[in-house]
Design a protein around this ligand. Structure first.
Ligand SMILES: [Zn+2]
Length: 218
């Protein structure tokens, strides 16, 4: 550990990104208790259209909800590194194959307001962990209310319709794309983004998120 990291640890002792408890010497990112007890998603989730499946780490419950809330609205952008490492591990475990890694963008207006693009920060860590590039493939041209303000599946689909555009299609044309987001709920956002990528030439799209809601359309 270099001196700067040591000083940082002294001033801001590392805490679990989920429950907020101080981490022990042999713990990193999350405490042993959360590592053991957080609700893991086993296998992949098929929800939404135009992508093959979504690989998620945890169900969106309890401490996972609190953590993502602090990450998105409480300025805890450093959680992106924890989330990115967890997603990368899940992808490695499941031997997910892809050629181009990208993310679901937020609008410029929201990025200005929040000060960071949370999905890009996560994707950047996943890419670093897996030793690949993080490539922009989409932009959100229209600012719409966040998806969590919309309830039903149809309403959520309508809220993301025609708001994304493909950028630099030559970078992913004919390739297998891995699309990163923070949460999958109905799959409307990931489905819409995947559709745009497929229309622009992506051979296939797989998705990965930190969390998945226990959502059922039935
Ligand atoms: Zn914890």
């Amino acid at each position: 550990m270099n001196l700067f990291a040591w000083l940082l640890d002294l001033i801001y002792p590392p805490k679990c990104a989920f429950c907020g408890k101080l981490l022990g010497k042999d713990e990193s990112d999350l405490c042993g208790r959360c590592r053991k007890n957080l609700p893991e998603v086993s296998g992949s989730i098929k929800r939404g259209e135009a992508f093959r499946q979504c690989w998620s780490v945890y169900y969106y419950e309890g401490a996972v909800v609190d953590s993502i809330h602090r990450f998105k609205f409480g300025g805890m952008q450093q959680y992106a590194q924890v989330y990115g490492r967890l997603i990368a591990m899940a992808l490695l475990r499941s031997k997910v194959e892809f050629d181009v890694l990208t993310w679901v963008p937020i609008s410029r207006k929201r990025r200005r307001k929040r000060g960071y693009e949370q999905t890009y920060l996560i994707a950047k860590t996943v890419a670093a962990e897996l030793g690949c590039a993080c490539v922009p493939t989409l932009k959100k041209a229209v600012d719409k209310p966040p998806q969590f303000t919309k309830k039903g599946a149809a309403e959520r689909r309508a809220n993301v319709l025609n708001v994304f555009q493909a950028v630099h299609p030559e970078r992913f044309c004919g390739k297998r794309v891995l699309l990163i987001d923070d949460i999958i709920t109905t799959g409307a956002t990931l489905g819409e983004c995947s559709k745009i990528l497929r229309i622009a030439g992506a051979a296939q799209v797989e998705c990965a998120t930190l969390a998945a809601t226990q959502y059922s359309d039935k």
